[in-house]
Design a protein around this ligand. Sequence first.
Ligand SMILES: Nc1ncnc2c1ncn2[C@@H]1O[C@H](COP(=O)(O)OP(=O)(O)O)[C@@H](O)[C@H]1O
Ligand SMILES: [Mg+2]
Length: 240
Amino acid sequence: MILETEKVCKRFGGLQAVKEVSLQVEKGQIFGLIGPNGAGKTTFLNSIAGTYAPESGKVIFTGKDVTGYRADKICHAGMARTYQIVRSFPQMTVRENVMVGGIFGGKQSREKAARRAEELLDFVEFPLSHDLLAQNLNTIQLKRMEMARALATNCHLLLLDEVAAGLTPGELNDITALIRRIRDMGITIIIVEHLMKLIMDVCDRISVLYFGEKLAEGTPEEITENEKVIKAYLGENYLL
Ligand SMILES: Nc1ncnc2c1ncn2[C@@H]1O[C@H](COP(=O)(O)OP(=O)(O)O)[C@@H](O)[C@H]1O
Ligand SMILES: [Mg+2]
């Protein structure tokens, strides 16, 4: 297992946003996390990646207890993430944005980070000049840049929070292919997503969150056939 969580809990005031969520993610898997808006998916990612410390529960990453580690320490341990709302440095170039991942996340020299940024921007098929300022990018370009920045940290586990939101069908195919290529590099991926087609296409295993709790877990086939999941989330016509 590359990641194991044991009964992770996170509360905001009176709201139990994540309740006793236990997951096991095998190395090399693409693991999907789905559920309605407000189910606690982003909060769960935040609780394992060090944005918040979980109030209780445990996070074991590559065999090591990293519960409550700060985000930078988790990142140095090899866990990287992208954000549901893309965060970039608008006044910096695309190359510099990616270099931030290498320098701060991967502890690389400026020169090495610059070279690696070029390689990774090619890998994610970034279509424009790497000298452009990030403020000029559209959604899909920002997402590619953000994925390059996360990869620049030399992560073993990549958390993707709704990377496909707002993409056209063609862009969606590109992102799906890119997610597979990242997995093929040996990086384990946890993907939070609403688009069922993407989830069902790429995931080896899926966990469903509902009001902060794990409702079900299984292969894509098992999840689509699970009565509780259909009732709570998918509905009868979800693939239409
Ligand atoms: N920083 C916060 N402060 C207070 N409530 C929050 C905060 N972040 C999320 N929540 C609440 O926690 C619940 C889970 O949110 P979230 O993890 O963003 O869900 P999801 O990503 O599944 O849509 C929601 O009810 C949301 O309103
Ligand atoms: Mg979310």
